[in-house]
Design a protein. Sequence first.
Length: 345
Amino acid sequence: MNFYIMSKDVAVAKWQDNNLEILNEDLLPLYFRYSHDVFKWIKSRAIDNRRPNSRLLKKALRMTAKDDISTVLSVNAATITDNYWIKPIDSDLTYEDVRFDNDYFANLALTGNYDSFNRVANSKTSKTPELTNIGSFEKCWKLRKGQWWMHKKANHDEMFSELFIYKLGVELGFKMAEYERGNGVIKTKDFTDNALVNFEPAFNILGDDEDYIKSVEMLKSICPNAVGDYVKMLFLDTICANPDRHTFNFGVLRDADTGEILGLAPNFDNNMALISRGYPKNITRKNDLLIKLFNELMQHDEKLKIYIPALSEDLVKSVIKSVRMRVKSKEIKEFIMNGYNLIEK
């Protein structure tokens, strides 16, 4: 298996005879600055096979090889949120040939609906962004007036949590991915604007290491202007109890033409926070691990405290009201404010 790793129509690396040759350091995915495990990078772009609808999608597409590498290579490793892809050596393919231009497979990926299954099974095309749409929730990419939107299944409490944190972040002046409420789904706008910039997940630099201090030090070295936004993201994670911040749901944005790291990507993926798994019983936040981890980061570098905003009960109540969903407002407000009052400022 010999191929080029491409950025748009520029070959940035060549994989041949089990050897990786770097051709363009500036446009190379950040992952390859730290590792030459090409197939681990490819696997990281694969749809989660544990999602039932991913298995239905592969069956409808009549894919004989369903492993992660075969799945990703079936769409040349292309995704919605960056310009990287795989081009077989001696191929005449261009970036326009492999990038996605329709959401034909969206309903099957999201719902597993049998009518959608048969519709896809009779399709003449198999080019779909769903095969590189990662994550553990059932989801899909849908086009709206030329703009990609992620639709993710969500119950009432997951939807409230995502929308509340989005709106609170906006009120605090943080960089937030745009969210909307849907019918049984939460919708978020593609913040790369169809890969006008490249999203590089922190996994490409840190692997699976979620340590706050290591992440801050990494950002200081590659993109100092991203540090503040990272601390603000952790602030929201802490006061709103998001234990699911991992190296695939935050990262940096890069200029697609120069490779320059522009800053931290907008805050996204908060649907496992706050009340999404039930109302927390420990309203006082005593022995709260996220608060402990955040305070350890503040102790590591007290200069980071400048990024902690002022937060009031009135603001929290106002944001809860703006979401317009029936929840236990008093409990949520107390939980958040108790967390806020325990962090080091």
